[in-house]
Design a binder for this molecule. Structure first.
Ligand code: CO8
Length: 372
């Protein structure tokens, strides 16, 4: 059958951290560190830390706040980590809980009963554990009879999940597939790193991909999907089972998110702009006629450049909406949040693009048209 997007769902944590709160905490940590190490710094043995700034963060990234699941310990200069408890095996795990919330909303909006869903793909940049799969736990919590598995393509997990779901539907292996992206990015962000402490937030999104024949009247046709990966060390996280043998174990800087932000910016913008234009060409779509771009939400400047190259002019907020200001970068969920919050106003026949890009490098495009 022909794959469509029947509905999306969004779970937003109640707690949010403003740039002011974040920078106050970070700078208290810096002051404390520099005072405690004053002698070693004076002797040239330890490098003094530099304070962060609200102005820099807003100018460099467009981020003004981020939602988190565990605000207080993140802002405590003596902790600077989320403190989400590891739950017992009989309790719903943290990732599954927020994933289920997003899935329930997508199902409700589509008018779909969970028992009519065939598969759950949990597509996110970090999993809470290796197995059993988060997807199977979410499947069980929702009461779905079928199959589920986890997939990780970092920031592009959701678009890779959408193509995978669409392929199951084209092949006749499923009629209804949930692609869920619970992103607890706060758990693998280094809140003590000035270069990246402001970037990420927590959220969960869900996309219900279905065969057109069973989809609700209001849906989005999937016109085409395209995936691309090119290996790069410029965004990396070395957390994994080999850490057991490492003198620099869990929680050390390289076992968290690390990036060369400048290089990522420079290399990924042309790669993604070129990919969008050539995929539009393959599908016979005029990129300049796209009604809206729901781009990956990593950096406002990157999105400005990509949108300009695709549309041929400076895009306004209506053509390329941002959710960076309130959500920050939420990895794979970003473009789905933008789509979820900014698609109801489009008219039947309007064409748009969901596009992700990030670590790997990885990039994915999903061209969609609102059913008339
Ligand atoms: N406050 C004040 N000054 C600062 C700060 C700060 N917080 N941080 C850096 N500076 C200083 C630097 O020291 C530098 O000073 P100088 O010029 O004296 O050396 C100056 O500001 C400029 O620094 P940068 O060149 O690093 O700043 P940029 O303008 O490049 O902005 C960004 C940094 C915002 C990181 C930008 O480069 C960017 O957004 N790049 C793109 C990044 C991107 O898209 N990454 C994708 C990552 S997401 C992904 O793939 C998902 C991974 C999996 C999820 C992980 C979840 C945790």
């Amino acid at each position: 059958g022909r794959p469509v997007i029947s509905a999306t769902g969004l779970f937003t944590p109640e707690q949010s951290i403003s740039n002011d709160e974040l920078v106050a905490s970070f700078n208290a940590f810096v002051e404390r560190f520099n005072a405690q190490n004053a002698d070693a710094i004076a002797a040239g043995e330890v490098e003094a830390l530099h304070p962060s700034s609200v102005e820099f963060i807003e100018k460099a990234s467009g981020i003004k706040a981020r939602h988190v699941l565990s605000k207080e310990p993140i802002l405590d200069p003596a902790i600077m980590e989320p403190r989400l408890e590891e739950r017992g095996n009989d309790e719903l795990s943290q990732m599954a809980e927020i994933g289920v919330a997003a899935c329930r909303q997508a199902l409700e909006r589509a008018g779909r009963d969970a028992k009519d869903v065939d598969a759950v793909l949990c597509a996110a940049s970090n999993m809470e554990r290796p197995y059993p799969a988060m997807a199977i736990e979410i499947q069980q919590a929702l009461g779905i009879d079928g199959f589920g598995f986890d997939m990780n393509v970092a920031c592009s997990s959701a678009t890779f999940g959408i193509q995978t779901a669409a392929d199951y539907i084209r092949a006749g292996n499923a009629k209804s597939v949930l692609v869920v992206s619970p992103e607890i990015t706060s758990g693998h962000l280094n809140w003590r790193d000035r270069d990246s402490h402001f970037i990420f937030g927590d959220v969960a999104t869900a996309v219900l991909v279905e065969e057109e024949a069973i989809a609700p009247a209001e849906h989005w046709d999937i016109l085409g999907t395209k995936l691309k990966t090119v290996f790069s060390n410029n965004i990396r996280n070395n957390f994994g089972f080999l850490n057991r043998a490492s003198p620099d174990g869990v929680g050390k800087a390289d076992k968290l998110f690390v990036q060369e932000g400048r290089k990522v910016f420079k290399e990924v913008v042309p790669m993604v702009a070129e990919m969008i234009v050539s995929e539009a060409d393959r599908l016979g779509i005029d990129p300049q006629g796209l009604r809206r771009l729901w781009l990956h939400q990593a950096n406002a400047g990157m999105n400005r450049l990509i949108a300009h190259r695709v549309l041929g002019h400076e895009a306004d907020a209506d053509e390329s909406p941002t959710v960076l200001d309130t959500y920050g970068n939420t990895s794979s969920a970003g473009s789905i949040i933008a789509f979820h919050l900014h698609s109801d106003d489009l008219a039947g026949g309007d064409t748009g693009l969901i596009c992700s890009f990030g670590a790997g490098y990885s990039a994915g495009t999903v061209f969609v048209r609102k059913a008339a």
